[in-house]
Ligand binder design. Sequence first.
Ligand SMILES: Cc1cc2nc3c(=O)[nH]c(=O)nc-3n(C[C@H](O)[C@H](O)[C@H](O)COP(=O)(O)O)c2cc1C
Length: 301
Amino acid sequence: MLPVIVAPMFLISTPQMVIESSKAGMVGTFPLLNARPAAECAKWLAEIKAALPTEPWGVNFICHERENARYDEDFALIKQYEPPIVITSLGNPAPVVEAVHAYGGKVYSDVIYVKHAKKAAAAGVDGLVLVCAGAGGHGGQLNPFAFVSEVRAFFDGVICLSGTISTGGDIAAAQLIGADYAYVGTRFMTAAESNSPESLKDMLINSDIEDIVYTDAFSGVHANYLVPSIVANGLDPKNLQSKGKLDFSVMTDAKAWKDIWSAGQGVGNVKEKQTIAQIAEQLQREYDAAVARVTQLQTNV
Ligand SMILES: Cc1cc2nc3c(=O)[nH]c(=O)nc-3n(C[C@H](O)[C@H](O)[C@H](O)COP(=O)(O)O)c2cc1C
């Protein structure tokens, strides 16, 4: 069992990805908005629930009542299908905590600032996802060492560390600094079970840290994007205009993320197309080697 949550990724995560991840001893997740309309989402949830009767899995719910047009429908689906873990983004997690705890599930909230971590902790969440610098999607700017220790000082729940974690050694390192789970996105984007088009997979394999730009030009919220996809759309990555304000429709609109692709700074470790099971095996081998290395270092002191 690897301490890995295979992170929810807009347009990329599929039910097969969730099922294979959880069967491989990790925790598979998907954003509810990946399944459109809500009736399709119900089918995904039923399929995953049937395939994973005992394994942990989760969904990502944008719990911003005003901005998420699917708020009511998705909240009803959560109550009906009872995913073991609900990861909230934006908004106030308190109503979700009440509903999910009622059926025995857990709520994790993703945050990029300590002040938001404190608010979510006060709302009673079971876990926090600390989204650090370099993460795929709407990455934060904080350093993981500082962020984990500041949050650990007031929060004794589950801490998931997000941002550029892409090798088994990185996973071990996340645990060494106090996290319970590594929250890994980009490393899984070339998975056979993902919804990534082949051209995106090829771009990921050919990209490294220098190919990632952090900008608010596309959604009004800073996120990390693949420079080659910006260039392919005729834009100059060195001359992007700030959007100035949050454009929520762009954040959840498939069109905005279909051509300009997001990925994290760990993309240099994405070197081939693999199945979820193969990625899990590789991460486990690397993790075991890293733990052995640390043990060796201790005995050398
Ligand atoms: C293409 C892509 C789409 C993403 N979509 C979402 C999303 O819909 N909801 C969410 O909470 N996080 C989303 N994320 C962020 C991931 O859940 C996770 O925090 C991040 O990928 C971890 O950093 P890493 O990519 O460096 O491993 C997305 C990330 C990527 C790369």
